[in-house]
Design a protein around this ligand. Structure first.
Ligand SMILES: [Zn+2]
Length: 334
């Protein structure tokens, strides 16, 4: 006897993913425990450092958070005021990405948010006792190490991804960023920086293949000695030192060795991943950027959040399940 699809849906422990197609054999495949779960960290971890731009000393503490809560920053120096790491709270974006809510600032969020995507952390509370995250060594590696030292815990809720459905392209002069439908998250970035060590660099990476740790996380931020005074006059890079960024001179670098010969473009990929984390979900799509920066990255976030016809929310195995359910339904009709 055929089972009534409606009643089998009602029997599912989770009712978030029912589809009219679910029936018979597909029930096993819709078991939410077979879907990729959201993750948080196992225990609280802490580090100290200075903000790259403010130079302000800061203690950062990462705490586990409940499923579905996302990444939330908390200013312990301002009565625990919370600012969610989502596109709506993006504020000033120039040499770093900052969030602001009701006048409360969280500055330079991109390296930690990038590390969260790289490790696969969906939910965490990030406490800060100052306005800017610590720059540490200028890369995401210390954050990755910190998160790994805390341990990763799977949660009882399937992770939803933001699957890109249509091409989205933004241009501004010679800067470009686009995102295209794909079954995994990949990034291809090009830069063209007038420096003998850089010039035109391009780096492409598929993040679904575990390449983040070795290829992206260690790449450090960089700046030139030439621009230093101009940036300091703008109130920037007050915490910069040879220990937390690659310092470019006219024809070389002050603090060799580089970690990769193309460390610069890899760092741009790191930044992009951190900025796109402000979508609040991991992407299934292929991102292409050329000479973009934080402003273009976050413009793409805004564009996507403004138009929900450009994407759909999905669990990683949902398509397989739908295909399975269709096959079952077709067999039942024969
Ligand atoms: Zn950066």
């Amino acid at each position: 006897m055929r089972r009534n699809p409606a009643s089998t849906v009602a029997n599912l422990p989770h009712t978030e993913f029912p589809s009219p197609l679910y029936s018979g054999k597909s029930i096993k495949q819709t078991d939410p425990s077979s879907l990729k779960p959201e993750q948080t960290i196992r225990s609280a971890v802490e580090c100290k450092g200075v903000g790259l731009h403010s130079g302000a000393p800061v203690t950062l503490r990462i705490l586990p958070a409940r499923a579905g809560s996302g990444i939330v920053f908390r200013r312990t120096d301002l009565d625990g005021f919370e600012v969610e790491a989502i596109g709506r709270n993006v504020a000033r974006v120039s040499y770093a990405t900052s969030l602001m809510k009701k006048g409360v600032l969280i500055s330079t969020t991109e390296h930690l948010l990038s590390a969260f995507i790289g490790v696969g952390i969906d939910n965490a509370i990030v406490e800060l006792d100052n306005l800017e995250l610590p720059i540490l060594d200028g890369s995401a590696r210390p954050f990755v190490d910190l998160i790994r030292s805390a341990g990763v815990r799977a949660q009882k809720r399937p992770r939803t991804y933001l699957r890109i459905l249509r091409d989205v392209e933004l241009r501004e002069g010679d800067k470009f960023i686009g995102v295209y439908p794909a079954e995994s998250y990949s990034v291809s970035y090009s830069i063209n920086f007038p420096h003998p060590l850089i010039g035109r660099e391009k780096f492409a990476v598929n993040l679904s293949e575990g390449n983040y740790f070795g290829d992206i996380a260690p790449a450090r931020t960089f700046g030139s000695r030439e621009d230093e005074q101009k940036m300091r006059n703008m109130g920037l890079i007050r915490g910069a030192s040879r220990d937390n960024c690659v310092v470019l001179t006219k024809d070389g670098i002050e603090n060799p060795p580089l970690r990769f010969s193309d460390e610069f473009v890899r760092h741009k990929v790191l930044d992009l991943i951190g900025d796109l984390a402000l979508l609040g979900k991991q992407i299934l799509g292929s991102v292409v950027a050329d000479r973009a920066g934080h402003a273009m990255h976050t413009a793409l976030v805004s564009r996507l959040l403004r138009d929900s016809s450009l994407w759909e929310e999905t669990t990683l195995e949902e398509e397989l399940i739908t295909v399975g359910a269709r096959a079952t339904a077709a067999a039942a009709l024969r």
